[in-house]
Design a binder for this molecule. Sequence first.
Ligand code: CP
Length: 339
Amino acid sequence: MRHFITTADWSKDELQSVLQVADRLKQDRNQCLLDGKTVALLFLNPSLRTRASFQIGAHQLGAQAVVLEPGNGAWGIEFDQGTVMDGTAEEHISEVAAVLSRYCDMICMRAFPMFQDWSYDRTDPWITALVRHASVPVINMETIVHPCQELALMQTLREKLGEPAGRNLTVTWTWHPKPLNTAVANSVIMIATKFGMNVRLLIPNSDYLLDESFMAAARNNAADADGSFEVTHDIDAGYAGADVVYAKSWGPITFYGDADGASNLSEKYKHFIVDEDKMSKSNNALFSHCLPLRRNIKATDGVMDSEFCVAIDEAENRLHVQKAMMLHLLGVNASEVRS
Ligand code: CP
């Protein structure tokens, strides 16, 4: 059985096939190809786009989605094996996954890292446990990676740029008042290199390097797809020649578990904000961000309201790529999708 946990498990050709179906679904949204199917959406963290797009997407395909928020209307879940459950969690993921697998045809889950111990969080223990105990396909709605966001980004870049291979994409770190998840940054460097782009990671200093597993994946992808992957700390060099600027904030992994230390360090780099002056140094680049975004913290009003900002297009495309992935995982052949 196939799951969609990380794009590292999927070839470029497989992902391109899903994107082609997403393009068709964008032209013709309501196709009852999952009539009578049910999907569980487990949210351990807040969401606007992911929740709305999965619920609406399931509805447009004729399926029923049920949203469950463990710890808030549904029982809190324990994920570790062999734990004496004397804390707040009322049930174990083994029963949650088994029961939902009896009710549903698919389980999707969002479970952000805990920001205490990166050596633990980097193993993605929550979605791994769900996959271990589920007997239906699982989709990752964001853990330490955000694969659905990756597909939405690639659908957007293909629409705006045509073939993305050989184009230059800069992922720029930006300031945020509190340390955030590295998931989207990990995901963007992996998908852009997989599709043959020349990817630059612009970060204030080595504290903001991403986990070596994702950096290595990006380097390997670049080698396989004739692209490139490099790191720079120089803002001008980061923007020079960029066809796409992708902004994201994340907490420095060197200060993982130390929110005050991370915030004190990041305060020094507020000037990494994406503004019109920096964008003018690019190659008339598109700008995007996964959203939500704090205006005039991560990017200025001028950038967000510009014609080159494609963040809303990318957010829309979450709907289409997720529907295409649900169809794929549930065995609907691409030829059944109207165009
Ligand atoms: N980009 C994204 O996943 O948005 P939400 O957190 O609102 O779902």
